[in-house]
Design a protein around this ligand. Sequence first.
Ligand code: G6P
Length: 362
Amino acid sequence: DASDIEKGTYPHFMLKEIDEQPFVIRNIIQKYQNEDGTVRLDDEIRGAMKAADRIYIIAAGTSYHAGLVGKQLIEKIAQRPVEVHIASEFLYNMPLLSENPLFIFISQSGETADLRGVLVDVKKKGYPALTITNVPGSTLSREADFTLHTYAGPEIAVASTKAYTAQMAVLTLLAVDTAKARGIELDFDPLQELAIVSSAMETLCDQKEKLELIARDYLAVTRNCFFIGRAADYFVCLEGALKLKEISYIQAEGFAGGELKHGTIALIEDGTPVIAIATQEHVNLSIRGNVKEVAARGAYPCIISMEGLDQDGDAFVLPKVHEYLTSLITVIPLQLISYYAALHRDCDVDKPRNLAKSVTVE
Ligand code: G6P
């Protein structure tokens, strides 16, 4: 029961939940590990993933952002086409469905009405549905054919943190299991790589002071903030911007590195913070080029890069993890920067205005 959960020594649930992420990942590794160290998923889920010729991920908010990462993981690892849709739009902008679709509903709460609307429609049409949720007894879990549990423990802060990283970890295991079912040889051990992620998360959670200084320096008084990234970093930019908006009320947007110049660069003024993410080797040069473009227009850039790709002047350097899993750790400094920005601006971190933890109306 949520009312039994205590903050302990933490000033806010959000900070506690950010700090729990290394343990959540370890928990997921344990729950989904066979004795021989391989991934264990339900046979029925494996069968459904194998039978599907196309996967449709349906989600909202932060879970939608996890879905964008999940698409990449499933396409790269399991070589199956995936579409990701915002739940509230799906029935209005219905794509042409494949012959054997499988629907995946990603929802921390398992109660989001926008997702339920799609699930009811999908079940009426007779398509199989899998819910990935943090609450196994929830409506979306009961009404879908299959459930994958994210094992993150109750999430109380309105801004989602550990549920997001847990969703991406479970999507990684789902992708690997599907690849195995399809006979695809992988040179990627997800459980081992997730263990590395868990340690990297710990290292990051130990760098709060540094991140607090970044928040103070870049975000204490600004009106707006942009996040730019390419490839996998783009998706985490969307999530970083959402976190910042939700709890600090700073107008924030995440952009693909190459897209800012097609309009939004007009908003860059002297001192506008631009947080750039550089964890992907193949786009490291081009994202740094984008940083130069905005800096030339007066922006105040903050580069968050990864060991091995870092350069002098980067504001923060992430420990190295497998390229499939960078989003799981990149988001942590973004969560913490948002948290400290909200504190500096005297915002109600755990209960931001106008927002609900779970939205059960359409
Ligand atoms: C609400 C919350 C968001 C969350 C979204 C989806 O809007 O404020 O933090 O991402 O719902 O919630 P779900 O429980 O379906 O993941």
